[in-house]
Each structure stands twice: as C-alpha cells, then as structure tokens.
Write a protein that binds this ligand. Structure first.
Ligand SMILES: C[S@@+](CC[C@H](N)C(=O)[O-])C[C@H]1O[C@@H](n2cnc3c(N)ncnc32)[C@H](O)[C@@H]1O
Length: 472
C-alpha cells in the first residue's frame, strides 16, 4: 500500500544555537556584578579577565575590548538610559535589569565605539540569546534597531534639553553625569560652558596609567626603559604608560620600588614635603594613610632628609596595605592602626602632617566608572563632620611653625574650601600658605592660595590641596 502523499511541510527556520562570544559574556557578567552586588568595576573585572585568559582562547585584545565595553557602558549610562527610554514602550524601571544591561552594552557598541552597526546589533542579539533566552533576544533586537537609526550626536539632540533652556540638565544628559554632580563641578570650576564641557568630556575618558619612581628606591630613568613608558607631565618622579603598558609586568612595580600613582597625588605629597618650615624637620605624619600611595612617596622623601614618617590608618586591613606599600623604605617609618579623630600621639609632635581625608571621590570619576551613579548629595553630610574633625586633629598634631596639608580627591567646595575656611576660623593660630609655587611648573592653578587640579587642565585626578601653617 502506497502511503498517502504527505502535505509538504513548510520549511521552518532550523534552530541555530546562539553563538557564545566570551568577550561580551564577560562584559555582561561584570555589569551584572556591578548592578546586583554593588561591586566596583575596577575590582570585579581583573579576576574575570584573569580567569578568561587562564581558560584559553582569550587574548590581550579581547581583554582590552571587554574592559572598554564595561567601563564605557558604565560611564555613559546616563546618556544611554535616556536613549533606551525613547526606544522602549515602558518606563526603564520596568525593564528587567539583565535585559537593560544587554541593551546598554549594545547601545555602547552602537553609539560609543567603532564597531559596525550590523556587528553591534547581531553580537548583542546573540548575547541576549545566551544569557536571556530567545524571546527576550527579539526585544533586544527591536530596541537596538531603533537605536541604530541615529548616531550619538543625533540622539543627544533628541533626548537632552537644549542648552539654553536648561544648561545643567543638557550637560548632565549629553555628558552622562548626574545633574547634582554637574552643578557641583561647575560651582568649583567656575567659568562658562567650554570649561565645564571639557571637564565632563575628560571624566568620560580612560585615564593613563601613571607610575611613581619612589625616590631612593627607583628612578624615572629605570622606568623609562620600559617600552610603553613616557615621561610624566609635572612630577619629577612620574612616568606615564602608553596604552597597553602593564604596570604589573614591571619589576620595579612588582617589588614596590615604584608604584601606580596619579600625578595629582604625587604633587600633593611633594608640595607638603617641599613647603618651607623653620626649625626641625624630623617627624612627619600621614593621618589617613590607607592604602598607602602618598605615604610611600612621603616616606621615601622623608628618608632622604633623615625624617621619620608615622602612617596612621583607621581600618586594620587598609593599614596592612600601607605596611605593604612602605615595606623596603630606605628610612625609618611606623604604621599604626589609629582613629585620627582620637589620635594616639601627643599634640604638637609633628613637623609636617598630611590629612588626605575620606571624601566623595568626585575627583576620580575617570577611574571609577560607576561611582557617579552611586554617590548621593546626602553623602556630603556624612563626610562633613569627619573631614572637620580630622583637619582639627592635623592642626593640633603639628608643632608651632610646622605645616599641614589638607587633601581630598574631590573638588566639591563643601569638602574643600568650606572645611578649610571653617577650621582656620576655629584655629586662629593658623594661616594658609600659597601652595601654587610648590607645584613647580604646573600651570592653570587659579588664584590660590589653595590648589585645585583638574583632569581636563592637568591630566590628573581633581585633587585638592590646602597648606596651612601653625603660627602659635
Ligand atoms: C582618601 S583615603 C587616603 C588615601 C591615601 N592617602 C593614599 O594616598 O593612598 C582616606 C583614608 O582614611 C581612612 N579613614 C577613615 N576614617 C578615618 C579616621 N577616623 N582616622 C583615620 N583614618 C581614617 C580611610 O579608611 C581611608 O583609607
């Protein structure tokens, strides 16, 4: 018996397994960790990259792309959220966070990299198929096709209010900073549109890696023998690493004779060390020393002068990092666990004191891509009493004629000038010292006497330094 002829089947699309792209899967995992566990990208990423490289089939270029995708997506999240909002039919808070992460990664590839449009969309859809499933991959595909209709400038024109209507909101959306941060940076920077825009642009760029050759332990000549090394801009101890230079591969860094340190931090330590004082110069204090970058430079400079550095830090594990950074210092030093608001040392016992106080870190946004979204204006209220108490300790710990450096890695006026002005008023036997001449060769330092460094003007973090002499 012959079989009844079957009705020809409609040829369905054969199922194709999603293509696993290790770079994008890793980038997605890092974003999830930052989102879900409040992790820091700069801490989450290195172990993920190490594990991927150890598994094999993941080279330096893959690592560079994964890093760019994670950092770029986080930095530009404000702009990208505004774009995605225009392309989905519900409020963003109703989009599942993992879906939003895949979309943001896709938007960054479309609007913030040179990856061709079709590759950016198809790689994102494949990623969605792997980590979200086929159904949601269709949604990702539809949204990203809408995003691909304009470039970044085109989108900014559509989603940011015109500058003339609302300058701060325009800058916030266009340059992906929270509005309150734009406002605070602008207050501190002063000036018109050009300066603040340059600053916001600089905050969105990847900072160079800068090394410090700790005096007496290494030299810039030694570091400059590295292939990727070029001289620093301002600090006589600084060497910059061009793209691709790996500090961990440098002997002097591995054995602590040199370290990774932004030039702004080097300048702060140098200015304090070089400020003129009369009388003895034997005892130096770093009252907020962890993790020890400035302490290591100060200790090396102190050693050249036969002075001792006491490095104090409240948190034991951070004091441990200080001890590691100072290990091998050619001169005398001591590391103690101590609360700077209840100092275990006698008043008036130091010739030089650094208080590099805990702060919002708004001056280091280049390095911590997610920090701008985590900080809240209320954080300032939390830091204010601690910053004042620590500066008060510094002013009491220094001897008459000695010098205090008050530093923050934030340019927010509430953490810089407001603290210094209050404390000078409360301690009549103190005076501000012009810090500018102590930053030799550094330009654009404003009216003084304190100093505010800026990423767009100096290529450094936005470090602040006030030098204060105790006069009685
Ligand atoms: C901005 S960081 C200092 C960075 C350090 N100077 C460097 O260059 O590596 C501030 C440090 O102060 C510490 N700290 C916070 N409260 C403190 C207190 N009451 N007394 C002493 N240190 C404190 C924090 O744990 C943190 O390590």
């Amino acid at each position: 018996m012959s079989e009844q002829p079957r009705r020809p089947q409609k040829p369905g699309k054969p199922y194709r397994r999603p293509q696993k792209d290790p770079v994008r899967i890793l980038a997605f995992e890092a974003l999830r960790a930052v989102d879900e566990r409040d992790a820091y990208a700069n801490l989450v990423l290195p172990p993920l990259l190490r594990a991927a490289r150890a598994k094999g089939g993941f080279d330096g270029r893959d690592a560079a792309l994964a890093t760019e995708l994670v950092y770029g997506t986080l930095r530009r999240q404000g702009t990208y959220d505004a774009v995605i909002s225009e392309c989905v039919d519900r409020p963003l808070r109703e989009v599942d966070p993992p879906v939003l992460d895949v979309l943001s990664l896709g938007v960054h590839q479309l609007l913030g990299t040179r990856i061709p449009t079709h590759a950016a969309v198809s790689a994102s859809v494949e990623l969605a198929r792997v980590v979200l499933g086929d159904g949601r991959a269709k949604f990702v595909n539809a949204v990203l096709r809408k995003v691909a209709q304009h470039d970044l400038d085109g989108w900014i024109e559509r989603v940011a209010p015109p500058y003339d209507d609302d300058p701060e909101d325009h800058l916030a959306v266009a340059h992906s900073h929270p509005r309150w941060v734009v406002s605070a940076l602008w207050d501190s920077l002063g000036g018109g549109r050009a300066g603040i825009e340059e600053l916001l642009v600089a905050d969105n760029e990847r900072p160079e890696v800068t090394l410090v050759a700790r005096p007496g332990r290494s030299t810039t000549e030694e570091l400059l023998r590295e292939e990727a090394a070029v001289p620093g801009r301002w600090s006589p101890y600084a060497v910059r690493l061009a793209e691709g230079g790996e500090p961990g591969a440098i002997d002097a860094v591995r054995d602590g004779r040199a370290g990774v340190q932004d030039e702004g931090s080097q300048l702060v330590a140098l200015a304090l060390a070089n400020a003129p004082i009369d009388g003895p110069d034997k005892a130096w204090l770093d009252g907020c020393a962890g993790p020890g970058g400035k302490a290591a430079l100060l200790a090396a400079l102190a050693a050249e002068r036969g002075a001792l550095l006491l490095a104090s830090e409240k948190l034991p594990h951070r004091a441990g990092l200080v001890a590691k950074a100072l290990n091998g210092n050619p001169g005398p030093y001591q590391v103690v666990v101590g609360d700077g608001t209840r100092p275990p040392w006698r008043a008036g016992s130091f010739d030089r004191v650094l208080m590099d106080v805990p702060c919002t870190g708004l001056g280091a946004l280049r390095r911590r891509p997610e920090a701008r979204w985590r900080r809240r204006p209320e954080d300032l209220e939390g830091f204010a009493p601690l910053q004042r108490a620590l500066l008060a300790t510094a002013l009491e710990s220094v001897r008459v004629g000695g010098i205090v450096g008050y530093a923050t890695c934030s340019p927010h006026l509430a953490e810089t000038r407001a603290v210094v002005d209050d404390l000078i008023k409360q301690h009549p036997n103190t005076e501000l010292v012009d810090a500018r001449p102590l930053l030799e060769g550094v330009t654009d330092l404003g009216d003084g006497p304190d100093v505010q460094l800026w990423p767009h003007l100096h290529g450094t973090d936005a470090m602040y330094l006030a030098l204060i002499r105790r006069t009685g």
